[in-house]
Design a protein around this ligand. Sequence first.
Ligand code: CDP
Length: 237
Amino acid sequence: MSNASRGAVGYDELAVLRLLAIEGALDGEIKTSCSDLGERVDASTQTASRRLQHLEDAGLLERDTVSDGQWLEITDDGERSLRNEYEEYRRIFEGVARVALLGAVTSGMGEGRHYITLPGYMEQFRERLGYEPFPGTLNAELTDASMRRRGALEAMDPIPIDGWEDEERTYGPAVCYPATVARSGEGDAPAYPDAHVIAPERTHHDEGQLEVIAPDKLRDELDLEDDDHVTITVRGV
Ligand code: CDP
């Protein structure tokens, strides 16, 4: 994994971040001292202090130093870094049957609506996905780590959507993967279970963009606006 995907910190720093998360620093501020922390990660006070500084510089941790220690809280970016690690482990131990991709909601140029509602596709969605999609695609701009993880979808068997043609032109084939969509970082928030990732079958189409279709408007179902973070969990068929 590149530094960028960990928010430019190393594994030693991530180990500190994980420890702070175990202590509760995801849910609010916790108080600790560098000597305490050093002992717990088997490092000197100075080393512990340096790691905290790196985490703060990378925007993964907020710190408030007081006379007898410091108050620490993990930021949203910090939580995303930990969640990335978690997804990697999930892949190692649970196989490729699930791939969780993280991204930010974006607006496209209104093309999704046009393609999704074409009768040649709509008929197949009804038959093969079992529903008539909301007219449009929800676009997510993937994080760097998720962009790389996206390749794992190739090991899954997608639902094929055939190409077709009318008098004027031909429309290319696509593939759909069943997926769940949830707001990131809200483990208890209800996820939307019945969506599909849709992608053109062969393309060098922007790998950083993921498009999702669903029977309902996901922005309404999940209360999403542009730049909100979502986790799209793709399941094997
Ligand atoms: O291309 P653009 O994102 O502008 O729009 P679209 O694909 O035509 O979709 C219309 C709107 O519905 C967009 O704001 C999508 O993000 C949203 N949408 C949604 O919330 N849930 C879906 N299942 C499909 C689209």
